[in-house]
Design a protein around this ligand. Structure first.
Ligand code: CA
Length: 229
């Protein structure tokens, strides 16, 4: 699953990132509520692990905004408070479930698996882009060109979605790292270049002459899929 972790406590954020990555999930992590709202509304996630006490926005407010933007998103609230009121507020704001800190790792993984089973049972809205003769199905994680089907990763789909959404401008490597990978790892811009190079092999007619994922010298990358040629 693709999981967004929203937790301002660094040790816990990193611990959860490592734990869920090791369990095979793709993780984006952030510290602030406003970033959580941006990530959660702009990208696709199966699940959000949302801390209730954040330095800027209250977790309940983050939950409300995510729920409004993405009605089918699964949200698991993490709370250090034992108060029933907070749990009720979280559930009222649209959280699917909550876990009181400190929690056992096994308990967390069991809850995530349960939400994942529910998520898998729900049909998602189709999300399809047509670009230079290639059909990009971001929901099913497939690129289809001339009856050849290539699997793409959730991260690759995130890059395509982000570049397409911001197609009026070039997007820097730093922005892609920040928006698609999140603050979950110390990453280098070379990671972006390698990911784009791989993706071009799957979706471009000629990866050496890209028409969908354009390189913009000195700036980064830009969406070229819609251009008239
Ligand atoms: Ca906190």
């Amino acid at each position: 699953m693709r999981v967004l972790i929203v937790e301002d406590e660094q040790a816990l954020r990193e611990g959860l990132t490592d734990l869920l990555s090791a369990a095979g999930h793709e993780v984006v992590a952030c510290e602030f509520g406003k970033d959580a709202v941006a990530f959660g509304t702009e990208q696709f996630f199966d699940l959000v692990l949302l801390d209730l006490m954040l330095p800027d926005l209250d977790g309940v407010e983050v939950c409300r905004r995510l729920r409004r933007a993405r009605p089918s998103l699964h949200i698991l609230m993490l709370t250090a408070r034992g108060s029933e009121d907070d749990k009720v507020a979280g559930l009222d704001a649209g959280a699917d479930d909550y876990l009181t800190k400190p929690f056992a790792v096994r308990e967390l993984l069991a809850r995530i698996n349960a939400l994942g089973r529910r998520a898998a049972a729900l049909p998602a809205e189709p999300e399809i882009l047509e670009a230079d003769g290639c059909t990009l199905d971001l929901g099913r994680l497939e690129a289809v060109r001339e009856e050849n089907i290539f699997k793409i990763t959730p991260r690759e789909a995130g890059i395509l979605r982000w570049l397409h959404r911001h197609r009026a401008r070039a997007v820097s490597r730093g922005e892609l790292l920040e928006r698609i990978w999140g603050s979950s790892r110390d990453l280098q811009t070379r990671t972006v270049d390698m990911t784009i190079a791989n993706l071009r092999q799957k979706i471009e007619r000629d990866p050496a002459e890209p028409r969908i994922l354009l390189t913009v010298t000195g700036a980064g990358y830009a969406w070229g899929g819609d251009e008239e040629r």
